[in-house]
Design a protein around this ligand. Structure first.
Ligand SMILES: [Zn+2]
Ligand SMILES: [Zn+2]
Length: 140
C-alpha cells in the first residue's frame, strides 16, 4: 500500500504564486470575521490548515500584509488573491506557527476540503443564510 501522502496544488488568480500541500487538510472552517471579509472582499473565507512543513510555495512569492501586529495575511502581489493566514504570536495560548493556514478556494481542487464549522458568525452578514448544518461559533 502506498503510504506517501497525496499532494495537492493551488495558487492565486493570475498564476504567479503556486503552492503545494502534502496530505489532506487537518481542519477547515468558514470564517465570517470582519478582517477576513475586508481582506478577501467577500462575505466569508474558507480556511484550511496543514502542518507547516506540509505547505510549500513552488513558484512566485507570497507578499505579507501585517496590519495588526502578529497577524500576517499572505497574498499575491500581482493579483491580490489572499492565500495564507498566520498568527506569529501565541493567540489564546495556542501556538499557531505549527500550522500553515491557506484559503481553501485557491486549491486547484477545493472539493478535497471538508469544512467543519462556521466561526465568527457574530459578524456574519445578514444576507448570508447558512443551511449546511455545520456547528456555528460566535467567535473562534
Ligand atoms: Zn496572482
Ligand atoms: Zn476571519
Amino acid at each position: 500500500m502506498d503510504t506517501q501522502p497525496e499532494e495537492h496544488q493551488g495558487g492565486c488568480y493570475c498564476g504567479a504564486v503556486r503552492y503545494e500541500i502534502r496530505g489532506a487538510p487537518a481542519w477547515s472552517g468558514h470564517c465570517h470575521c470582519r478582517s477576513c471579509q475586508r481582506a478577501l472582499g467577500g462575505a466569508f473565507v474558507t480556511w484550511a490548515k496543514v502542518a507547516a512543513e506540509d505547505f510549500t510555495v513552488t513558484s512566485g512569492t507570497i507578499k505579507i500584509c501585517e496590519k495588526m501586529p502578529g497577524i500576517r495575511r499572505g497574498f499575491c502581489g500581482d493579483c491580490g488573491t489572499t492565500l495564507t493566514y498566520a498568527a506569529v504570536q501565541e493567540v489564546d495560548g495556542q501556538d499557531w506557527s505549527k500550522d500553515a493556514w491557506f484559503s481553501a478556494a485557491t486549491l486547484d481542487d477545493p472539493s478535497i476540503v471538508s469544512p467543519q464549522a462556521h466561526v465568527f458568525v457574530s459578524r456574519q452578514q445578514p444576507w448570508i443564510k447558512l443551511a449546511d448544518g455545520l456547528p456555528v461559533f460566535e467567535e473562534f
